[in-house]
Design a protein around this ligand. Structure first.
Ligand code: HEC
Length: 151
């Protein structure tokens, strides 16, 4: 299994100049509910290309519920199997993050920012996805008595 080789790690840890650091000024949260917060982003901005029904999803990536998370987390890119779409806890080396935040994201030269051919996601939604990956890409994190409960 050569997912995430050292070369890939080094290459991805330095964000391309085309990325937009302004998302960091947006609000953050530590309590996540994937179905309620992240899936609606895919439904609104990605579903017309990344769906299974009615044809083949773009790049084979199906972002419909209930399998979208399984199709992202620790899944190698169809374009370069050494790159993970989502590496839990590590947005900087997750291709999904680069695809949302950077003008020329890769993994191959000429790769496109998502949503393909449209304006980038609003920064607040980019920040939400960033924080979700940073939190370990959980199904759900409930804040209870100050402790995280991950599922
Ligand atoms: C108009 C169609 C379209 C829309 C809308 C779209 N995509 Fe894509 N997506 C593509 C195409 C075409 C590719 C392959 C080309 C590329 O990667 O630049 C792709 C590739 C990807 C990849 C890389 C997959 C891999 O295995 O390498 C990811 C991740 C991705 N899209 C996520 C998203 C997300 C998240 C959204 C919504 C925010 C989105 N896309 C919206 C067409 C689309």
């Amino acid at each position: 299994m050569n997912l995430l080789s050292l070369t890939t790690l080094l290459a991805m840890a330095v964000p391309p100049e085309s990325c937009d650091p302004a998302f960091r000024a947006e609000p953050q949260t530590h309590a996540f509910d994937y179905a309620a917060q992240i899936q609606p982003i895919w439904n609104q901005y990605c579903a017309d290309c990344h769906v299974q029904h009615g044809g083949n999803p773009a790049m084979g990536l199906d972002l419909e519920p209930p399998f979208s998370r399984d199709n992202l987390v620790l899944v190698p890119s169809a374009q370069d199997p050494t790159v993970a779409l989502v590496w839990p806890g590590q947005p900087a080396i997750s291709l999904l993050w680069h695809k949302l935040n950077c003008g020329s994201p890769g993994p191959l030269p000429g790769g496109h920012q998502m949503p393909f051919g449209r304006p980038p996601l609003p920064l607040a939604l980019q920040a939400l996805v960033y924080d979700w990956i940073s939190a370990g890409a959980p199904v759900e994190v409930l804040m209870r008595d100050g402790f995280d409960e991950r599922q």
